[in-house]
Design a protein around this ligand. Structure first.
Ligand SMILES: Nc1ncnc2c1ncn2[C@@H]1O[C@H](COP(=O)(O)OP(=O)(O)OP(=O)(O)O)[C@@H](O)[C@H]1O
Ligand SMILES: [Mg+2]
Length: 408
């Protein structure tokens, strides 16, 4: 039978929405860049035509006026060009004039000005080929009079970089907005967890007090005592009180105490042992019997219960669960829960901690979400799938802050 998977759908929708937004953003970015490149191309072509026209006019003027008015006219033509950086050179490459190049000649020596101009000239020649200006040598031959060198106008340069600057700013704003939305979503989730847990603890309080009062009355009846009903009832009330304590801890800031982890784990197993199949072998392996960590016992037991229940479910009632208690590096205590169950498929490993994700017919998909919340939020620790292989088994690892004897 094919494996069934359920999920609240929220995470799938969110992933889909995230990818849709990213795809649209990428398309808009590519569109903007292509369109701006088109505009840059158009403007560049227009500037080239303007400079060619300028070169042709210059050529025409030189040929027509044979000398006397050349400088006056070239000056006038050059004056019309107010944006495109232009350098005029003679046929040997010496600079004869320039326009639209900002050089503060008051602070520089003539040599420095010259050096800068030749540097700009070099850049211009690397960007665009110089346009030759030819004159008639009087014998019907055209000879080179000089060259018009030019480069992109400031407007064109700005337009080239504009989409990248604009998109970077939009990306930064988008990222900040994403963080803000994420933060408020987390805050909202927190409120729901805390509110629901507090309310549950509160609601359980009344019937438990009432049950305790009933128990006192029942204890007086000899037949109840004979059949040890009061003893069993008391155990159930204790369990209900523990559940209330857990919910109340989730709903407030739980206090962490220095606990002996070996004792705590064995305690939790004592409760679980009679409740799981006798064909499941449960063992604790500790490097020493004195490993201390900061924990909230009732919440930590809850995590352990969830992990062991999952392990039992994964092995269909027969198998082996080993709990290893180790010292990690940097003041950490490590608890590995190793089972030889059916394992988690690769594509599901990243989903198991999501609320609502389950592969079970009757699962809610909340056990691991709760465990993660308890370990991450309340114990400042970590819980993750250390390793899982299909049909071989799974290891969940919890790492907690360790404590020393004198911190008790
Ligand atoms: N030890 C394990 N081995 C194999 N799969 C596991 C194991 N632990 C968890 N899983 C997978 O992770 C899913 C989510 O586990 P989780 O405890 O969050 O929910 P659940 O057990 O399905 O339901 P609930 O705990 O709310 O009753 C499980 O349905 C199962 O597919
Ligand atoms: Mg579970």
């Amino acid at each position: 039978m094919a494996k069934k998977e359920k999920s609240l759908g929220y995470y799938d929708d969110r992933t889909r929405l995230k990818w849709s937004i990213i795809s649209v953003a990428v398309l808009i970015s590519i569109g903007t860049i292509i369109y701006t490149n088109y505009l840059v191309g158009q403007l560049s072509e227009r500037e080239r035509q303007q400079i060619e026209l300028f070169a042709k006019t210059l050529e025409y003027t030189i040929n027509e006026t044979s000398g006397s008015n050349i400088y006056f006219i070239t000056d006038k033509i050059l004056f019309e060009n107010k944006s495109i950086p232009t350098i005029l050179t003679d046929n040997r490459g010496n600079i004869t004039d320039f326009r639209n190049i900002k050089i503060d000649s008051t602070k520089l020596t003539i040599d420095q000005v010259q050096a800068r101009l030749y540097k700009r000239l070099k850049e211009m020649r690397e960007s665009y080929p110089p346009i030759p200006v030819t004159v008639d040598d009087g014998y019907g031959h055209n000879i080179i009079y000089g060259y018009v060198n030019y480069n992109d106008s400031f407007l064109l340069v700005q337009l080239t970089y504009y989409p990248y600057v604009q998109l970077s700013i939009i990306a930064i704003i988008g990222f900040i907005a994403y963080l803000a939305v994420n933060y408020s979503r987390m805050a909202e989730q927190n409120k729901v967890w805390v509110g629901l847990a507090k309310e549950t603890a509160h609601q359980l309080g009344t019937p438990i007090s009432s049950l305790m009062a009933w128990l006192e009355i029942l204890k007086e009846m000899p037949e109840i005592r004979e059949q040890k009903i009061d003893y069993e009832l008391n155990k159930d009330i204790k369990r209900l009180q523990l559940i209330t304590e857990r919910f109340s801890n989730i709903g407030s800031v739980p206090t962490l105490k220095v606990e002996n982890m070996n004792l705590l784990i064995n305690n939790a197993l004592m409760y679980l042992r009679p409740r799981i199949s006798s064909k499941v072998e449960l063992k604790v392996h500790a490097i020493t019997d004195n490993i201390l960590a900061y924990v909230n016992p009732s919440l930590f037991e809850w995590v352990l219960e969830n992990l062991i229940k999952n392990a039992v479910d994964a092995m269909g009632g027969i198998g082996k669960i080993d709990i290893h208690l180790l010292r990690g590096s940097e003041n950490r205590v490590i608890i590995d829960i190793v089972d030889n169950g059916k394992g988690i498929s690769k594509q599901n490993i990243n989903k198991v901690f999501q609320p609502g994700f389950t592969t079970k017919q009757r699962g809610w998909g909340l056990g691991l979400a709760l465990a993660k919340r308890i370990i991450d939020h309340y114990h400042f620790g970590r819980i993750y799938v250390k390793i899982s292989e299909e049909n071989v088994g799974t290891t969940f690892r919890i790492s907690l802050r360790s404590a020393t004897e004198n911190q008790v």
